[in-house]
Write a protein that binds this ligand. Sequence first.
Ligand code: SF4
Length: 163
Amino acid sequence: MLELGETKVGEYIKTIGLWRNKAKNVIALSQMLVDDFDSIVPEAREELVKLPGVGRKTANVVMSMAFGIPTMAIDTHILRIGMRMGLAPAKTPDDVEAILMRIIPEEFLYHAHHWLILHGRYMCVARKPKCEACIIADLCKSKEKTCDVPAAIVPILDQEIPT
Ligand code: SF4
Protein backbone atom coordinates (compact mmCIF):
# COMPACT_ATOMS: atom_id res chain seq x y z
CA MET A 1 0.00 0.00 0.00
CA LEU A 2 2.78 2.39 0.91
CA GLU A 3 4.53 1.70 -2.38
CA LEU A 4 1.32 2.33 -4.28
CA GLY A 5 0.80 5.65 -2.54
CA GLU A 6 -2.37 7.59 -1.85
CA THR A 7 -3.09 8.55 -5.48
CA LYS A 8 -2.91 4.98 -6.81
CA VAL A 9 -4.89 3.56 -3.89
CA GLY A 10 -7.50 6.23 -4.60
CA GLU A 11 -7.72 5.16 -8.22
CA TYR A 12 -8.49 1.59 -7.16
CA ILE A 13 -11.23 2.53 -4.71
CA LYS A 14 -12.83 5.56 -6.30
CA THR A 15 -16.14 3.80 -6.97
CA ILE A 16 -16.90 3.81 -3.24
CA GLY A 17 -18.12 6.71 -1.12
CA LEU A 18 -15.62 8.99 0.62
CA TRP A 19 -12.82 7.35 -1.35
CA ARG A 20 -10.39 10.24 -0.99
CA ASN A 21 -10.56 10.10 2.76
CA LYS A 22 -10.41 6.33 2.74
CA ALA A 23 -7.32 6.32 0.51
CA LYS A 24 -5.66 8.76 2.89
CA ASN A 25 -6.50 6.55 5.87
CA VAL A 26 -5.29 3.39 4.11
CA ILE A 27 -1.89 4.99 3.63
CA ALA A 28 -1.76 6.39 7.16
CA LEU A 29 -2.77 3.09 8.75
CA SER A 30 -0.33 1.16 6.57
CA GLN A 31 2.45 3.44 7.79
CA MET A 32 1.36 2.91 11.38
CA LEU A 33 1.27 -0.87 10.90
CA VAL A 34 4.88 -0.76 9.66
CA ASP A 35 6.08 1.67 12.31
CA ASP A 36 4.23 0.47 15.40
CA PHE A 37 3.02 -3.08 14.77
CA ASP A 38 5.95 -4.80 13.00
CA SER A 39 3.82 -4.85 9.82
CA ILE A 40 1.34 -7.25 11.43
CA VAL A 41 -2.37 -6.46 11.64
CA PRO A 42 -3.31 -6.78 15.32
CA GLU A 43 -6.20 -8.97 16.48
CA ALA A 44 -7.24 -6.98 19.53
CA ARG A 45 -9.96 -4.37 19.16
CA GLU A 46 -8.14 -1.89 21.39
CA GLU A 47 -5.13 -2.05 19.05
CA LEU A 48 -7.15 -1.97 15.84
CA VAL A 49 -8.99 1.21 16.79
CA LYS A 50 -5.67 3.03 17.14
CA LEU A 51 -5.27 2.78 13.35
CA PRO A 52 -6.38 5.83 11.32
CA GLY A 53 -9.93 5.47 10.02
CA VAL A 54 -10.66 2.38 12.12
CA GLY A 55 -13.55 2.64 14.56
CA ARG A 56 -15.33 -0.06 16.49
CA LYS A 57 -17.39 -1.18 13.49
CA THR A 58 -14.37 -1.67 11.24
CA ALA A 59 -12.41 -3.30 14.05
CA ASN A 60 -15.25 -5.79 14.53
CA VAL A 61 -15.28 -6.60 10.81
CA VAL A 62 -11.52 -7.23 10.80
CA MET A 63 -11.69 -9.34 13.96
CA SER A 64 -14.45 -11.45 12.45
CA MET A 65 -13.30 -11.75 8.85
CA ALA A 66 -9.53 -11.91 9.35
CA PHE A 67 -9.27 -13.68 12.67
CA GLY A 68 -12.54 -15.60 13.08
CA ILE A 69 -13.34 -13.87 16.38
CA PRO A 70 -17.12 -13.68 16.96
CA THR A 71 -18.15 -10.02 16.74
CA MET A 72 -21.09 -8.01 15.46
CA ALA A 73 -20.30 -4.89 13.42
CA ILE A 74 -23.23 -2.50 13.59
CA ASP A 75 -23.83 -0.48 10.46
CA THR A 76 -26.75 1.76 9.57
CA HIS A 77 -28.82 -1.20 8.31
CA ILE A 78 -28.44 -3.32 11.41
CA LEU A 79 -29.12 -0.32 13.63
CA ARG A 80 -32.36 0.37 11.76
CA ILE A 81 -33.71 -3.17 11.53
CA GLY A 82 -32.72 -3.99 15.10
CA MET A 83 -35.11 -1.31 16.26
CA ARG A 84 -37.76 -1.89 13.61
CA MET A 85 -38.04 -5.65 14.06
CA GLY A 86 -37.73 -5.58 17.80
CA LEU A 87 -34.68 -7.81 17.54
CA ALA A 88 -32.30 -5.34 19.18
CA PRO A 89 -34.39 -2.34 20.23
CA ALA A 90 -31.72 0.16 21.19
CA LYS A 91 -30.65 3.56 19.94
CA THR A 92 -26.88 3.35 19.88
CA PRO A 93 -24.64 0.98 17.90
CA ASP A 94 -22.93 -0.17 21.10
CA ASP A 95 -26.23 -1.15 22.72
CA VAL A 96 -27.46 -2.92 19.57
CA GLU A 97 -24.16 -4.78 19.41
CA ALA A 98 -24.46 -5.81 23.06
CA ILE A 99 -27.99 -7.17 22.55
CA LEU A 100 -27.14 -9.07 19.37
CA MET A 101 -24.02 -10.55 20.93
CA ARG A 102 -26.20 -11.78 23.79
CA ILE A 103 -29.06 -13.28 21.80
CA ILE A 104 -27.35 -14.76 18.74
CA PRO A 105 -25.87 -18.20 19.41
CA GLU A 106 -22.11 -18.12 18.90
CA GLU A 107 -22.20 -20.71 16.12
CA PHE A 108 -24.25 -18.30 13.98
CA LEU A 109 -22.43 -15.06 14.80
CA TYR A 110 -19.90 -15.23 11.97
CA HIS A 111 -22.64 -15.30 9.33
CA ALA A 112 -25.37 -13.41 11.22
CA HIS A 113 -23.55 -10.14 10.71
CA HIS A 114 -23.84 -10.54 6.93
CA TRP A 115 -27.39 -11.90 7.05
CA LEU A 116 -28.57 -8.85 8.96
CA ILE A 117 -26.74 -6.33 6.78
CA LEU A 118 -28.07 -7.91 3.58
CA HIS A 119 -31.57 -8.16 5.01
CA GLY A 120 -31.50 -4.48 5.86
CA ARG A 121 -29.89 -3.42 2.60
CA TYR A 122 -32.11 -5.35 0.20
CA MET A 123 -35.32 -6.42 1.99
CA CYS A 124 -36.08 -4.45 5.14
CA VAL A 125 -35.04 -1.23 3.41
CA ALA A 126 -35.31 2.17 5.06
CA ARG A 127 -38.22 3.77 3.21
CA LYS A 128 -40.48 0.94 2.10
CA PRO A 129 -39.63 -2.50 3.48
CA LYS A 130 -40.45 -5.35 1.09
CA CYS A 131 -42.61 -7.21 3.57
CA GLU A 132 -44.59 -9.16 0.96
CA ALA A 133 -41.41 -10.97 -0.07
CA CYS A 134 -39.81 -11.15 3.37
CA ILE A 135 -39.04 -14.68 4.54
CA ILE A 136 -39.04 -13.68 8.20
CA ALA A 137 -42.33 -11.80 8.18
CA ASP A 138 -43.72 -14.46 10.54
CA LEU A 139 -41.07 -13.50 13.10
CA CYS A 140 -41.32 -9.76 12.63
CA LYS A 141 -43.25 -7.68 15.13
CA SER A 142 -42.67 -4.37 13.41
CA LYS A 143 -45.44 -1.80 13.33
CA GLU A 144 -44.10 -0.87 9.88
CA LYS A 145 -44.81 -4.33 8.49
CA THR A 146 -46.98 -4.00 5.38
CA CYS A 147 -48.00 -7.64 4.80
CA ASP A 148 -50.65 -9.52 6.75
CA VAL A 149 -48.47 -12.38 8.01
CA PRO A 150 -49.03 -12.43 11.78
CA ALA A 151 -45.99 -12.36 14.02
CA ALA A 152 -45.42 -15.60 15.88
CA ILE A 153 -44.84 -15.40 19.60
CA VAL A 154 -41.09 -15.67 19.77
CA PRO A 155 -39.66 -15.02 23.23
CA ILE A 156 -36.17 -14.22 21.91
CA LEU A 157 -37.52 -11.06 20.28
CA ASP A 158 -38.72 -9.71 23.61
CA GLN A 159 -35.39 -8.30 24.67
CA GLU A 160 -34.95 -5.65 27.28
CA ILE A 161 -33.33 -2.39 26.21
CA PRO A 162 -30.04 -2.11 28.07
CA THR A 163 -29.84 0.79 30.49
S1 SF4 B 1 -41.71 -8.12 7.51
FE1 SF4 B 1 -41.16 -6.12 6.65
S2 SF4 B 1 -40.59 -4.86 8.42
FE2 SF4 B 1 -40.53 -7.02 9.05
S3 SF4 B 1 -38.40 -7.69 8.74
FE3 SF4 B 1 -39.55 -8.24 6.89
S4 SF4 B 1 -39.24 -6.48 5.54
FE4 SF4 B 1 -38.71 -5.78 7.59
